[in-house]
Design a binder for this molecule. Structure first.
Ligand code: VGL
Ligand code: ZN
Length: 201
């Protein structure tokens, strides 16, 4: 059993990121059993849930003449455009049915502001709007965080870098993550996480 000061954060294990979903991550469903098993080692378990309004500006469908995976400039910087995914209340936004959601103490929803995407569990993509997760962890006395989930190179990556930057001792269990891998994004993510002091196992 891990100490009470160590939290497990399960990032975006949702139907749209699993095979058959609208933004399917290859093998995204293959981490579910391992995550369920790992949760019983932790007394603090937090889930995140990507939770977009139907007209979210990270969707290519909201931009004239743009296709999914093109990059546009948003006021906060470059933004990859995605297929519509994780629309609030949809089946695609629901957690994978085999995920043991009973074990979650806290579910952080992110990406609900129409004009800002939110990869990180801590801050939206403007890197200043907080999700509230930092306050939750600190008020529970958490000092150490392990991250698992989807996708390694986007939401896990940005969550891990922010976690380390905020001073949490941070580990990513790469065996319990899967990547989208767009134009070298997985390699870049590993490098950025290592540079931020994240422990990759
Ligand atoms: C994610 C792209 C768009 C993720 C979320 O969970 O990694 N990626 N929204
Ligand atoms: Zn999203």
């Amino acid at each position: 059993m891990q100490p009470d000061t160590h939290a497990l954060i399960v990032i975006d294990v949702q139907n749209d990121f699993c095979p058959g979903g609208s933004l399917a991550v290859p093998e995204g469903d293959q981490i579910v059993a391992g995550i369920n098993a790992l949760m019983s080692d932790f007394s603090a378990v937090v889930f995140t849930q990507d939770w977009h309004p139907a007209h979210h500006l990270s969707f290519a469908s909201q931009h004239a003449d743009k296709d999914p995976y093109e990059v546009v400039d948003m006021p906060y910087g470059p933004q990859v455009l995605w297929p519509d995914h994780c629309v609030q209340g949809s089946q695609g936004a629901a957690f994978h049915t085999d995920l043991n959601i009973t074990a979650a103490d806290m579910i952080i929803r992110k990406g609900f502001r129409p004009a800002i995407d939110s990869y990180s569990a801590f801050f939206e993509n403007d890197q200043t709007t907080p999700t509230g997760l930092e306050g939750y962890l600190r008020t529970r006395g958490i000092s150490e965080v392990t991250l698992v989930g989807l996708a390694t190179d986007f939401c896990v990556h940005f969550s891990a870098v922010d976690s380390a930057r905020l001073g949490f001792a941070t580990t990513v269990r790469l065996d319990l993550c899967r990547a989208i891998d767009l134009d070298g994004s997985l390699t870049a993510a590993r490098e950025a996480m290592t540079a931020a002091g994240v422990h990759l196992t």
